[in-house]
Write a protein of this length. Sequence first.
Lengths: 109, 205
Amino acid sequence: MATAEHKHPNYMAIFWYLAILTVTEIAVIYMPLAKFTIGVLLCALALGKAALVAMYFMHLRFEARTLGMVAVTPLAIATLLVFLLLPDGFAVAKKSEVKKAAATVPAKP
Amino acid sequence: MSQSASVHSAVEPAETPLTPESWGKLGMWIFLAGDAVGFGTLLAGYGAMRATSADWPRPFDVLGINLTALMTFLLICSSVTMVKALEWLGKGDRAKCTMFLLFTALGGAIFVSLQAYEWTHLINQGLHINGNPWGASLFGTSFFIITGFHGLHVTGGVIYLLSIVKYVANRPEAAASYNAVEIVGLYWHFVDLVWIMVFTFMYLL
């Protein structure tokens, strides 16, 4: 029966990992590091926490590999979407900068 | 094999190759993958708007993180009570399972209450969906849409959890409700997982 054979990992250990990672995240934002480094560290810590929740609380570690691929696909799509949106965002930002610069130049008499 | 059985198996095979326990579990995973695309799109849009904005406020200064750090911790705790509920049901103890399911729902209810408190506080400070005193108006728009979308998921989760408490109560055999509790657990952990992302990208970064 499914009930009897289901594996239960050490949930309290996962809880402590998650708590420690959360405290680390908060500590990282106070560290005297470059903004970029802080960003990379925070992303890595968040992905680590998300992976712990998915692998152990959602039992993905004990499921078929294909189910893991179903779960990871949205992450890939979201990451791709950021890069698809950025060029447009930067183009608009540049345009508004040019407009602002033009507005600050005093009109010729 | 009787004729009706063979017809039945032609319509619905006995087990799914991905989640042999039940089709319901596969259904929830597919729903969650779709929902994750929804959240992923919102967060990707947020990232792109923020990266290209000249006057995006620093969330850390405006939002404060003490309360949300507590909310994060609360949601992690509620995930632990959720897995405990499933573990106890696996051991055949329906009473302990129900108790932990109720703890989980309580954690979710407190989370939503704290979020309502946070929203009220921020609105009073001037953060609105169409503008704020600190910079880009899209900051408020994205904040309310993303945290609101997540808050609705938590609210829905609390209702879902309470309905599963009733489901367990109606079934004297612990094994009969194991699948339903496992599926509500998947949903609940997903809501926790999304909050981990929202907390990092909207509050800490």
